[in-house]
Design a protein around this ligand. Structure first.
Ligand SMILES: Cc1cc2nc3c(=O)[nH]c(=O)nc-3n(C[C@H](O)[C@H](O)[C@H](O)COP(=O)(O)OP(=O)(O)OC[C@H]3O[C@@H](n4cnc5c(N)ncnc54)[C@H](O)[C@@H]3O)c2cc1C
Length: 385
């Protein structure tokens, strides 16, 4: 077992750290206030090769894998958890899924554009009445001979109102249940019958757009189907097992960012004539955060390593996502306490991490859903894939 990153991986990590420090940190608080998502930054990230991980060279890939994607997303999330989202939207979500299931034409048309951020990606699974229960979705796609007609509503979709082309899951045969779902490649801006609107009531992740997509007799071409008709549920689960890792990397970064803030404040803030970091109860908080952060890091890196080896990793990915999300929420909660009233103030960034961290317990399958996957595999009800 080797616990050392390669020199190239360390360079990738360093590059992302510099990018976060120079290109995000100086603007993050103002952008949070304005709920801004400058697309030029997504483009800059693409130009640095951030979204080519796991992608074959002929589609714009750069020879990097899941491990590098995790290292990049972690460093970015340390400064802004919002800005880890493009790793899933441009790379680990639609791009890798089309690479796995798409036709040669679909791969050539779409993947290079996502990798270069010439097209803003998204994936639309969740609906008002179906979140964890993916198979409970109501959206349908009807075969109309020379095209498909999609009807339904997707909600809580990252990039909904800024997105170009992405993945939409719908039932083509509801009676066939899990085998009746199909995945479509849909251009949100060019498809007649599609409207989008932002969700403006979010607790956090203010720089990561989230919204709704409505399909009203939306016409998509016959060749918009990804994989086979009826393969949608399997494709969706495959995709989530990858985007879940991106989420875990974000949680890891969030926990690491807030831990740095906690240590800095505990050394600076003086009460009863000494830095609060001298008090054992504060030390206990720091120690817990530190131990959990290290554990989360090992789990996230292990899941990334297994994916790069193309080894079974569903169990390890769910463990990493579950643990990193819980660690992020715990770390931000502890840091809020360490900051006292200043934790409660928007003048300090701690409350931003606190709000953002909660998202990690929800997205890409809630913490409960991760537990059901972990227990299911542990109990032998399902195989680790
Ligand atoms: C910021 C943000 C971005 C998002 N981006 C996207 C996106 O890009 N694309 C997309 O499709 N979706 C996206 N989502 C939606 C997200 O994936 C869902 O919110 C999530 O899957 C949970 O679904 P739900 O909110 O409907 O909760 P529900 O499924 O209604 O769950 C409610 C509660 O019940 C629990 N629960 C449900 N089923 C079980 C069970 N079997 N066992 C135990 N407990 C259970 C859950 O853990 C949760 O605590 C996003 C959400 C957020 C907040």
């Amino acid at each position: 077992m080797i616990f050392e990153l390669t020199p190239e991986q360390k360079m990738v990590q360093e590059q992302a750290k510099r990018f976060a420090e120079n290109e995000i940190k100086p603007f993050v608080e103002q952008e949070e206030e304005q709920h801004a998502f400058p697309l030029e930054r997504v483009k800059k990230m693409a130009d640095l090769g951030f979204f080519g991980c796991g992608v074959a060279e002929e589609y714009g890939g750069n020879g990097m894998g899941f491990m590098e994607s995790v290292l990049l997303a972690e460093q970015i999330a340390k400064v802004s958890p919002s800005w880890r989202l493009p790793f899933n939207m441009q790379n680990l979500g639609p791009a890798l899924t089309v690479q796995e299931f798409g036709t040669e034409e679909q791969k050539q048309t779409h993947i290079p554009k996502w990798v270069a951020a010439d097209s803003v990606g998204f994936f639309a699974i969740t609906e008002p009445n179906s979140g964890s229960d993916v198979a409970g979705m109501k959206t349908t796609a009807k075969d109309c001979g020379d095209h498909w007609e999609i009807n339904g509503q997707k909600t809580w979709i990252s990039n909904a109102h800024v997105g170009d082309v992405g993945l939409v899951y719908a039932y083509t045969d509801r009676a066939a249940k899990y085998k009746g779902m199909t995945c479509f490649l849909v251009d949100l801006k060019k498809t007649e019958g599609v409207t989008t609107r932002p969700i403006e009531t979010k607790l956090g992740l203010h720089c990561a757009p989230t919204g709704e997509v409505l399909f009203d007799d939306a016409k998509v071409p016959k060749d918009a189907v990804l994989g086979q008709v009826g393969d949608g549920f399997r494709i969706c689960m495959w995709q989530l097992n990858n985007t879940r890792l991106g989420c875990a990397a974000g949680a890891l970064g969030c926990a690491g960012g807030v831990l740095d803030l906690a240590i800095q404040y505990a050394n600076e803030r003086t009460q009863f004539g000494q830095p609060i970091g001298k008090f054992q109860l504060i030390q206990a908080s720091i120690a817990e955060m530190m131990a959990e952060h290290h554990a989360a890091q090992l789990l996230v890196y292990r899941a990334a390593y297994l994916k790069d080896q193309k080894a079974p990793n569903q169990l390890e990915t769910s463990i990493a996502k579950f643990y990193a999300a819980e660690a992020a929420v715990h770390a931000t909660n502890e840091t809020m306490k360490i900051y006292g009233s200043w934790g409660f103030s928007t003048e300090y960034p701690v409350e931003r991490y606190f709000r953002d961290a909660k998202s990690f317990q929800v997205v890409e399958g809630t913490s409960n859903i991760q537990k059901t996957i972990i227990a299911g595999i542990a109990l032998g009800h399902a195989a680790n894939r």
